[in-house]
Write a protein that binds this ligand. Structure first.
Ligand code: AHR
Length: 571
């Protein structure tokens, strides 16, 4: 191990409200009883942030490699256990993490996809050239996707094709999905009559509307979605959303294409262009895509399994930039809006609908499983760090979707034929479940920071960006996490990224006493640990032993390279 143990004099405090680090004196890291502790967590329930949107735990699946075909869709006649053609293990695992929202069909695939190709009798559907150098057999289409959402019990999030289809296909897709069955009042002198697209939907197997309320208006329009400028995209967004059919009271939630990672120029110019025109009421969210490459200098590079200590710390450091990405774009939206309209801006939320660690080739299940990769404890730690960032920004992030659920970049599941296993990332999703719908509150973490051994390298602005660089990031928070409150229960999640050092931490809650606590921990001696088909249970969580509060506080030792979820009862 080549880890540099940080000097005892260099301590950093990371706030739950700001990523700003404040140097503290080492002598402050003693518990009241003066026995030695390495870190403090100070929780203030009075400083509320916002309710944690359950939708930050959402998912993304795309017609890509082995995600849909084999991963999700095995077909009704498959020997693999399935529910109406959908892999049963996929459904069960998605249910086990209580997926709130599932995004489909892309990604880059969406902007060359014609939704009409995926409806009607399966044996009549066309086989077409699709994105990702693939043939698309269209056996999994709109109805199969809606069936998947129903089986999981989640809401659908559709990405519309803005690059190769006109606005008419977009509003007719909404009509096909959402028009009610039966006679619809005409609101004119014409008699009530059934909607033709709703009748087509019924003929294709679904009489009841899908009621899709979340719509992505294009995908990565700065790249695969059309190579547009922010101004060109703003014009397209307005054209696509100026009018769409509405059914029911609640307005549809339209998500505009946002930046590639930390490209704030996109967001500033997009908001200037959108708010330069009074017609903007349809904008509900701004999509953000931030991937952490396995290499600081090259996108989608580095090895998922073979990495050294320096690369481990560097990936987690660059993954922690998600905090900066969120605050930068939040400010960029606000700054770009004329001051007389600035009160409207906070209603536009961030939708981080693609995130995860993206490595180079080498660990894919097979060549045709394009972009599939293994996931280790390193990815589990990145998952915890990312969720904690989202929760610390519960006032800004309304939806987030991991890319992607199965057989892809930052997956929870790997499947090939009848073989199946979950990754360490799955366990972190499960451990963080109690945070959903709870009130995020301020928690200050005070711990020695870890120098990033590769911290002299500037990283790219965005996951897959070719424009701009972010300044080098030289330190990684020695302990980070987030806290939320539900009634008398405090939920605290903590990541200790040290490869070798446990962090004995004093946890205190202002204005309350800790009466009892229980918890779960995911920790492995070797951060390369991962599950595979032959060894599906190498990485799995265990209960935290001996949590004994004393004097209203709790002192706990967080093991090296671990993710911990505590449920604390307050009195
Ligand atoms: O998730 C894989 C790809 O990454 C998506 O298709 C695209 O939106 C992004 O570039």
């Amino acid at each position: 191990m080549t880890q540099t143990i940080p000097s005892r004099r260099r301590f950093l405090k990371s706030s739950s409200l700001a990523a700003a680090a404040v140097a503290l004196r080492g002598s402050s890291l003693l518990s009241q009883g003066s026995s030695h502790v390495d870190a403090h967590i100070d929780i203030n329930p009075a400083e509320t942030i916002a309710t944690i949107s359950p939708e930050i735990y959402s998912h993304f699946i795309e017609q890509l490699g082995g995600v849909i075909y084999d991963g999700v869709w095995v077909g009704e006649n498959s020997k693999i256990a399935n529910v109406d053609g959908i892999r049963k293990d996929f459904i069960d695992t998605m249910k086990a993490v209580d997926v709130p929202v599932l995004r489909w069909p892309g990604g880059c695939f969406a902007d060359s996809y014609d939704w009409h190709d995926g409806i009607g009798p399966r044996d009549k559907r066309p086989n077409r050239a699709g994105f990702w150098k693939q043939q698309e057999p269209n056996q999994y289409g709109l109805h199969e996707f809606m069936r998947t959402c129903r089986a999981i019990g989640c809401k659908p999030y559709l990405a519309a094709n803005l690059r190769t289809q006109p606005a008419r296909d977009f509003y007719q897709e909404i009509e096909y999905c959402n028009a009610p069955a039966g006679d619809i009042p005409s609101n004119s002198a014409a008699p009530a009559a059934p909607d033709t697209l709703a009748m087509q939907r019924a003929a294709n197997g679904d009489r009841d509307p899908f009621n899709v309320d979340l719509w992505g208006v294009g995908n990565e329009s700065w790249g695969c979605g059309g190579n547009l400028t922010p101004e060109e995209y703003a014009m397209e967004f307005r054209r696509f959303t100026a009018w769409t059919p509405t059914y029911g009271e609640a307005p549809l939630r339209f998500v505009a294409v946002g930046p590639n990672g930390d490209d704030v120029d996109w967001t500033r110019r997009l908001f200037k262009a959108l708010y330069g025109n009074p017609e903007r009421r349809h904008l509900w969210g701004l999509s953000v895509h931030y991937y952490t490459s396995g290499s600081p200098t090259k996108f989608a590079a580095g090895d998922a399994l073979a990495f050294n200590d320096a690369e481990f710390y560097d990936l987690l450091t660059r993954g922690s930039l998600m905090d900066k990405v969120i605050t930068d774009h939040w400010s960029a939206m606000r700054d770009a809006v004329p001051s007389e309209l600035s009160k409207e801006q906070p209603s536009v939320k961030l939708v981080v609908d693609e995130w995860g660690a993206w490595y180079g080739k080498g660990t894919e299940l097979a060549p045709e499983y394009n972009l599939s990769q293994q996931s280790t404890m390193r990815d589990a730690l990145l998952t915890g760090i990312t969720f904690d960032i989202f929760q610390r920004h519960a006032d800004k992030v309304a939806v987030a979707a991991v890319a992607q659920s199965i057989n892809c970049i930052h997956s929870l599941m790997l499947a090939q034929g009848d073989k199946f296993c979950v990754t360490p990332t799955f366990h972190v999703f499960q451990m963080y479940l109690p945070h959903r719908g709870a009130q995020a509150v301020r928690a200050d973490f005070t711990a020695p920071s870890i120098p990033n051994p590769m911290g002299e390298t500037a990283s790219q602005v965005g996951g897959n960006s070719y424009i701009g660089q972010l300044p080098p990031v030289r330190t990684l928070a020695g302990l980070s996490g987030s806290a939320s409150i539900k009634g008398k229960t405090l939920i605290l999640t903590v990541v200790n990224p040290h490869l070798t050092q446990p962090m004995t931490t004093e946890i205190a809650v202002r204005g309350a006493s800790i009466a009892s606590a229980r918890g779960t921990v995911l920790a492995e001696k070797d951060v390369h640990a991962h599950n595979d088909f032959a060894h599906p249970d190498v990485v799995k969580p265990r209960s935290v032993a001996s949590l004994s509060p004393s004097g209203g506080k709790l002192t706990h030792s967080f093991p090296p390279a671990s993710v911990t979820a505590l449920e604390v009862t307050l009195s």
